[in-house]
Each structure stands twice: as structure tokens, then as C-alpha cells.
Design a protein around this ligand. Structure first.
Ligand SMILES: [Fe+2]
Ligand SMILES: [Fe+2]
Length: 193
């Protein structure tokens, strides 16, 4: 393996350097939190999973038409390990690149990226506007409602779950619990009272 393993702080600095948008930063924190939660549950390298989650959309704000391509270039310039770069790119498999998710890390990243968006919208329609009381069934109820979180491609999430050979309920459960750990950072702690 080549490249120096980045610290979380280095990854965060890079994220902030390339992403000024608050919503893109929050998406990065959400994906990081879910990847961390799943890695911990599975006894995997939590920092590695989290850091890759944090920077997976690194280029999206500045180079939306070259999404994934630019992330690869930037991380290469930064001297990141090939394993990290490949994993970050694989979330865009069939969308903006042809890097197939192969490892469990890559498959989870692919599966939960879109799902975080669905969970955010589910939290925001609650009176509390809080992720803390979102349940699996609240997300499942909106699965077939095409007008709800219309930008979220459910078929990608389903494809990801199939690759992992896990049920949608389990994937949704992990995603909610991971995001709950970052409730404050992703702005979904809810309205007071
Ligand atoms: Fe992306
Ligand atoms: Fe993303």
C-alpha cells in the first residue's frame, strides 16, 4: 500500500477547503457518522471508514461535472493511500465512475450515501425536526412515495443492500443510529421544547 494514512483532522481540513456549502458539509458528517457506526459494530477500522465517508464527495461543490474524477486527482496529489482513493470513488459506481464497490467498506458507502438523504428528509417532516426519534418504519413508510425526497434514488440503496446481502431494515437501522451520533453536527438535534 502506498501513501500516508491521513488523520481525521487532515481529512476535515481538506473537506472544509473544498466545500463551503453547509449542506454538503453536513452530508459529509452524516456519511462519516454512519460509516463509523457500522465499522465499530463490525470490528473494522473506524477511523478509516469514517475518513473515507467524510471525503467521498470532496469535489462535488467545485467540480460537479467531474464528480469522482477530481476527488481522485486531489487525493492523489495529497498522497493518500490507493485504498482510500478507490473506496471514495466507488460510491459513484455507475453514476460518475466505473469503480465497482468490492470491499464491505465500499459496499456500505455505496448503500448508505443516498439513504442518509432519505433519513434527513424523514427527520425534517417530524414536528420535532429531530433525528433522535426517527424510526426504521418512518423511513420505510416513505420508500414508495416517489414525491417524498424525490432526489433520492431508492434503487441504488436496494442495489447496495443486495450487494451486502443484508436486509433494508438493518441498513436503515444502522444509518439512523449512526446519524443520531452526529445529530448536533448535522443540524438534526431537533427544535428545543
Ligand atoms: Fe457523490
Ligand atoms: Fe454523497
Amino acid at each position: 500500500m502506498t501513501g500516508k494514512v491521513p488523520t481525521r483532522q487532515e481529512a476535515l481540513d481538506l473537506l472544509h477547503q473544498y466545500n463551503e456549502s453547509e449542506s454538503l458539509r453536513k452530508h459529509a458528517y452524516a456519511v462519516e457518522a454512519v460509516m463509523r457506526y457500522i465499522a465499530r459494530k463490525r470490528g473494522e477500522d473506524e477511523d478509516k471508514w469514517g475518513i473515507i465517508g467524510l471525503i467521498h464527495d470532496l469535489d462535488y461543490e467545485k467540480f460537479p461535472d467531474l464528480h469522482c474524477v477530481k476527488t481522485g486527482e486531489i487525493l492523489q496529489e495529497q498522497g493518500w493511500p490507493e485504498e482510500y482513493i478507490r473506496a471514495a470513488l466507488s460510491h459513484g459506481w455507475g453514476i460518475c465512475c466505473d469503480v465497482t464497490p468490492q470491499t464491505d467498506l465500499e459496499k456500505f458507502l455505496y448503500a448508505i450515501d443516498e439513504l442518509t438523504g432519505l433519513v434527513v428528509t424523514t427527520a425534517l417532516i417530524r414536528p420535532s425536526k429531530s433525528i433522535l426519534d426517527v424510526q426504521v418504519k418512518s423511513v420505510k413508510n416513505k420508500w414508495k412515495d416517489k414525491r417524498f425526497a424525490a432526489g433520492v434514488d431508492r434503487s441504488i440503496i436496494e442495489k447496495g443492500a443486495a450487494m451486502l446481502q443484508i436486509g433494508l431494515d438493518e441498513l436503515i437501522d444502522h444509518t439512523i443510529k449512526g446519524m443520531q451520533e452526529a445529530a448536533e453536527a448535522i443540524g438534526l438535534k431537533g427544535i428545543p421544547g
